[in-house]
Design a protein around this ligand. Structure first.
Ligand code: FES
Length: 219
């Protein structure tokens, strides 16, 4: 784990509150890993690592003052990469991301894996991979994957995970629980989730998990 600073080269606005920050330096990381980024006032926030146009990138959803400061900032101080890399399963895969996971989605897209960005409202820019807009389209996408994909990874809201679990068998479903993380380093215990009676910590054991370990009770 390293502390480092990185310049922000470009800021793309995807929706009214979601951005992709394209970074100036290379970061050596694996799919599924994240960084903790200084958001001012001694607060660090977790962000999944991704790529955009072959450069390291982070997706940032503005939810308060800290994240607003981050999108206005032209450099970031961070440490990482952290978290357990996601071992990409064999076979036909699909990665479904909310706009807040767009940079991670792009990483999978650049690896040749089918990626779909699933939004409530049309995006403000074109992205070089598939997109679906609205709940009905998301449901239709899930239905089309049942029986036609060997694995599906969902990086998005609790609602997206819930819908995916209703349609897809849990042995093909993987979910990112990155939204549960706070300190990111195993100190606060705020990211504890229960998997068949065992306590797992999202920042240490994840953030990506096989849905099957939750025995039908996705967090
Ligand atoms: S985020 Fe603090 S222990 Fe995992």
């Amino acid at each position: 784990m390293e502390n480092f600073s990185v310049e922000r080269k470009e800021l793309l606005r995807l929706t009214k509150d979601t951005y992709v920050a394209v970074l100036g330096g290379e970061i050596d990381f694996k799919p599924g890993q994240f960084v903790m980024v200084d958001a001012g006032k001694l607060v660090r926030k977790p962000f999944m690592l991704g790529r955009w146009n072959a450069k390291a990138a982070l997706s940032i959803k503005v939810v308060g003052d800290g994240t607003r400061r981050l999108v206005q900032s032209d450099s970031f101080r961070m440490h990482g990469p952290l978290g357990k890399p996601f071992k990409i399963p064999e076979g036909r895969g699909a990665v479904l991301v909310a706009p807040s996971g767009a940079a991670t989605g792009m990483l999978f897209h650049e690896m040749g894996i089918r990626t779909v960005i699933c939004t409530k409202e049309p995006l403000e820019i074109d992205v070089p991979f598939e997109s679906v807009v609205g709940d009905k389209a998301f449901l239709k996408l899930l239905e089309s994957l049942e029986g036609n994909a060997d694995w599906v990874l969902v990086i998005g809201s609790k609602e997206m995970r819930k819908r995916a679990a209703e349609v897809l068998k849990d042995d093909i479903l993987y979910v990112s629980l990155d939204e549960f993380m706070a300190c990111g380093v195993g100190a606060c215990k705020g990211c504890a989730v229960f998997a068949k009676g065992r306590v797992m910590h999202v920042c240490k054991n994840g953030p990506i998990f096989h849905a099957k370990i939750f025995g039908g009770e996705l967090p």
